[in-house]
Design a protein around this ligand. Structure first.
Ligand SMILES: NC(=O)c1ccc[n+]([C@@H]2O[C@H](COP(=O)([O-])OP(=O)(O)OC[C@H]3O[C@@H](n4cnc5c(N)ncnc54)[C@H](OP(=O)(O)O)[C@@H]3O)[C@@H](O)[C@H]2O)c1
Length: 341
């Protein structure tokens, strides 16, 4: 058993199966709670976990406990919540019915307010804000691929200490932060690319190697960074380049960008954003919790965020059967027109 106790992954999809699978593969006791659509393949094939550096781990079905009933979380000492943002409230309510108040909970989700939402549903529990910096793709039949560098980030808390060796041992050491807000904003600014990636219908690396798409990202990020500065929010530095220099790097011509910002392309050629996966699977995307937050911030400041608002609208349209594939020049024209208007 993990030194700190047993771990439950609640909402076992791409992130949950990958993180929980690595913990299970390296000796932790892990319960996965998720949907039957994933439970079936995991029970049949187990988990095959690969990463962008060539690592490959196989966890046999016999070593995995995958349940679809929330009650399976009840024996856990630490619960990692890995549902998409729109599912957080329902997950929180389910957990409140089955967990003892002594259980530690960590949200490993994108967006700004998921841990807050869990705290509302689980008053009296300790809920920590976490963040996943890397990308994981579900390749079907229990195969999950970790396609880019990055860490698991989480707020520092004494109750997390006993679990740190398990994450270390799983090859996923936790980066501890006194304040998560700057980390969350920095990740959100990077995630503004998600709808652009989804609408490009290309793997991330191929999309980011095309300047017109990068210029779209730069427009969305510049808009966001201007609003963050106006609100007095300083995003953390999560990449080799500080956030404010990234739009400039993105606008460089392809040949120079590849040389100067090579590390920004340290991504597996097959990696895609989870927003692309959601769009392809016909699920509602997290665009409201990413680009939509910039639109909200603008509204709060009495300003506008036309580029991010247009990206939200294009994703809404794509989700409801509208256009799903834009070339870089077409998308750039669309966003520049929005910015001018
Ligand atoms: N994938 C990535 O590369 C990546 C990288 C960094 C951060 N993130 C963030 O990490 C979070 C998780 O993303 P993901 O890609 O792992 O999502 P995902 O693949 O959709 O996994 C979430 C799973 O949880 C299930 N679920 C939802 N509500 C549930 C409930 N109440 N009980 C049990 N299962 C439930 C979902 O099923 P249904 O779809 O049927 O609801 C889905 O199978 C998101 O906030 C995402 O933005 C993802």
């Amino acid at each position: 058993m993990t030194a700190g106790g047993t771990i439950c992954v609640y909402g076992a999809g791409s992130i949950g199966c990958y993180v929980g699978g690595r913990l299970a593969a390296t000796g932790s006791t892990v319960t996965f709670v998720g949907r039957e659509s994933l439970a079936g393949p995991v029970r049949t094939h187990g988990l095959r976990l690969t990463d962008w550096q060539g690592a490959s781990l196989q966890v046999p079905p016999s070593a995995l406990r995958f349940a679809t009933d929330p009650a399976a979380a009840s024996g856990a000492d630490l619960v990692l919540v890995t549902v998409k943002s729109a599912a957080t409230e329902a997950a929180g309510r389910e957990l409140a019915r089955v967990l003892a108040p002594t259980v530690l909970i960590a949200s490993f989700q994108n967006g700004l307010h998921n841990a807050e939402e869990l705290r509302r549903c689980l008053p009296g529990w300790t809920v920590l804000t976490g963040m996943v910096q890397f990308n994981v793709v579900n390749r079907g039949e229990g195969r999950f691929h970790h396609g880019s560098e990055g860490l698991l980030e989480i707020e520092r808390h004494e109750r997390l200490q006993p679990f740190l060796p398990a994450f270390e041992c799983a090859g996923l050491p936790l980066a501890l932060h006194d304040r998560m807000e700057p980390v969350q904003w920095a990740k959100l600014v990077l995630n503004l690319n998600n709808p652009i990636n989804a609408l490009s219908n290309l793997p991330l690396k191929e999309q980011l190697s095309q300047r017109p798409y990068r210029r779209c990202v730069a427009l969305a990020q510049d808009e966001a960074l201007g609003l963050l500065a106006a609100a007095g929010i300083a995003p953390a530095k999560l990449t080799p380049l500080p956030p404010r220099w990234i739009p400039t790097a993105l606008r460089l011509p392809d040949a120079i960008f590849t040389r100067v910002a090579g590390r920004m392309l340290a991504i597996d050629p097959q990696a895609r954003s989870s927003m692309w996966e959601d769009l392809q699977a016909g699920r509602r995307t997290e665009v409201d919790y990413l680009n939509g937050e910039i639109v909200q911030l603008a509204r709060y400041l009495g300003r506008t965020a036309p580029v991010n608002a247009r990206l939200v609208a294009l994703m809404r349209d794509a989700e409801s059967g509208g256009r799903r594939e834009w070339s870089g020049p077409e998308l750039l024209r669309e966003l520049e027109t929005a910015a001018r208007a």
